[in-house]
Design a protein around this ligand. Sequence first.
Ligand code: ACO
Length: 429
Amino acid sequence: MSQVTDARLTVDGSASELEIERATIGNDGLSVANLLSTTGLVTVDPGFMNTASCESSITYIDGDQGILRYRGYPIEQLAKSSTFLEVAYLLIHGDLPTQDQLTAFNNRVARHMHVHEGIKTFLEAFPRSAHPMAVLSGAVSALSTFYPESVGRGEYEIELATVQLLAKTAVVIAYLQRRVTGGELIEPRPGGHYVDEFMRIAFSGPDGNLDIDPTVRRALDLLLILHADHEQNCSTSTVRIVGSSQANIYASVSAGIGALSGPLHGGANEAALRMFDQIKEQGDTIEQFVAKVKDKAEGARLMGFGHRVYKSYDPRGAVVKSVADKVLEQLGGNNETFDMAKRLEEIALSDDYFVERKLYPNVDFYTGLLYSAMKFPVPMFTPLFALGRMPGWIAHYREMMNDPRTKIGRPRQIYTGEVERTYVPMEQR
Ligand code: ACO
């Protein structure tokens, strides 16, 4: 598409110039911020289908070509060669770390893994049947009360909150897994490798030891990398809009976790696995299930399919699918469900309904199979997504706070209610 050089809007015969904001790559933007004062009109864009809410230099997506880059680096390269904490550093600080920088960052995160006893009491207060996303959202918000020295918008506080969120959220999520099996909440060990320590706290026996299968370590690291950021998605936009009121980073991330829990967003990984199970339980053939989805009668959607931005294969989904075979074979995962998922994908991708709407598997379609093979129960899938997304939420909060153009997020509306009524006393209604 050639570059637009000027844009004019004519309202009632009167034209006004609209400023064009340039992107380094991807869609340029048409600034409509002055539209209200010049024309009396507001823009209407439900679901923000066509609205850029900010400038950002963190993540780039080309939805037509299936491209995803963190700070310019293709996701495939990072997935192949990097580690989660290195990617976290990249997203948060803007460049790949040197060895010394990475070692210092890893060590600092490891040092902050210990959580206050009060957090453990807080976690224990929830019913064991509680969904871990609800507990996680509460726990992240509560972190601000246990670590008040990291609450604030100064550089020191934000740096501290950054490592605290990466470190302590990992331990909280591992504890949530541990609660599922009724195990005592064990202490982190200083200096441990991030993924190893997470797995040890989540799965070790009473002696606190766990032999980590290198396949599990690598697969989990990879999944965390793939989830680390995805520009202005629903939960990240939530983090930004909450943070725009100058709420602290814990409150903002806690709200983002709430947004992530929904089945149309991060909750889709849990919903996709439940969907596979449901197809089996109901004894439907894949063709019958696909027909139900197309029929829309029961409101069924193909969970883990479709995306607001990707109109081609989600590159994260492609990486997950490409490693799933090997990982499931080595971990003894559910190959029957994997075969079924692949068949479902094959049928959907050759069906006009999905082709016309450009619906492809997204990252959530296959991840649940890998989490299951690692022995995580289904309700833990979305908390694992949250663990991966933490660096992205932090990076966006920091970027927003450092952007002098940031204003409180406050959309307008098209009011369609009563114009004006006079209060009617109770006895006259
Ligand atoms: N199954 C069946 N039909 C679908 C699906 C699906 N998964 N996704 C979209 N469609 C259909 C819609 O019914 C609609 O059809 P219509 O034109 O006949 O009305 C059309 O495709 C466009 O769908 P929208 O809902 O308007 O697309 P939108 O961009 O608003 O939604 C979303 C994107 C929410 C991801 C959607 O594709 C969906 O619900 N997918 C299933 C849930 C899912 O996997 N979410 C995870 C996304 S990735 C992530 O957040 C990490």
